[in-house]
Design a protein around this ligand. Structure first.
Ligand SMILES: [Zn+2]
Length: 281
């Protein structure tokens, strides 16, 4: 995503075009195959310098040419001061509550709408009894959303799992990820792109059981409670039966919608099997 700086000696780097000074030496014409060119030059008895001038760094966003409608790679943009301040405040407040093991991540916003002003890398949630519940892998989330997720785990998820030996860890399917919704090209930016969403794959209990939205052993009462509590706290909840893209994980986010107050709660719980009628007599 980033058009990173080119580093290292071009003598060793394949794939770079021949610098001007070699062209002036009237060497054989070689394009974009520097190691081959180097061998050729040495066979002609021309000593090559140890280092060669670097080509100019390619700009992240090439100047547009008329009629060139190809998509351009995104570039970092300046974060508006008010947004930066709000992000810093949200992260300070999140850390001060001491409800998670987290470190503040570098604010970054991209020209395509990705990124966040205040975000944290969360590696565990601290439960009220002092136990730490790891997120694996750790999740990059904006701080307000991270606080909401920590509150949900502490106040709803962990208590719901007390009858099942307790919550041990959470397996994360995705957190920050700069992409369109459901990875569909041309779709609106996903809340994952704003570091505002978390996908939960599995929940592990202290006695080693694995629960998840598509794991048949997951108690229906637990899923019912997870559905109730996430839909009460988050503005988007998507699970199996929502849109075909959430059959194996639970998506939660804090999307801000124009129609404030509108919530999307789409997760069809599996229907418990109906017991077979007892044979008469
Ligand atoms: Zn998701």
């Amino acid at each position: 995503m980033t058009g990173g700086k080119q580093t290292g000696s071009p003598i060793r780097a394949a794939g770079q075009c021949v610098p001007d000074f070699l062209r002036r030496a009237a060497l054989a014409v070689v394009f974009c195959a520097w190691p081959l060119g180097a061998v050729h030059a040495q066979s002609e008895g021309i000593a090559l310098p140890e280092t060669a001038p670097m080509p100019l760094e390619r700009p992240l966003e090439a100047p547009a040419r008329p009629g060139d409608n190809r998509p351009r790679p995104p570039h970092l943009i300046e974060i508006p001061a008010a947004e930066m301040k709000a992000g810093v405040e949200a992260c300070k407040a999140f850390l001060a509550r001491d409800i998670a093991v987290a470190e503040i991540a570098e604010p970054a916003m991209w020209s395509n709408g990705c990124g966040a002003a205040g975000q944290a890398k969360v590696s565990a949630i601290k439960l009220k009894n002092g136990k730490q519940v790891p997120l694996r892998p750790s999740a990059l989330i904006r701080c307000e959303t991270a606080a909401a997720i920590a509150d949900w785990v502490r106040e709803d998820l962990a208590p719901a799992l007390e009858g099942y030996s307790g919550l041990d860890r959470i397996q994360v399917a995705a957190s920050y990820h700069c992409r369109p919704r459901n990875n569909i090209r041309g779709a609106l930016m996903s809340e994952h792109g704003r570091a505002n969403a978390l996908d939960i794959r599995y929940i592990f209990t202290s006695d080693g059981r694995r629960f998840g939205v598509d794991v048949p052993e997951t108690p229906i009462l637990l899923m019912n409670e997870m559905r109730r509590s996430t839909c009460a706290r988050f503005t988007t909840v998507l699970g199996p039966g929502s849109d075909g893209y959430h059959e194996d994980h639970l998506h939660i986010d804090l999307a801000v919608r124009r129609n404030s107050g509108y919530r999307l709660c789409r997760w069809q719980l599996p229907v418990p099997p109906t017991p077979l009628p007892r044979p008469e007599g």
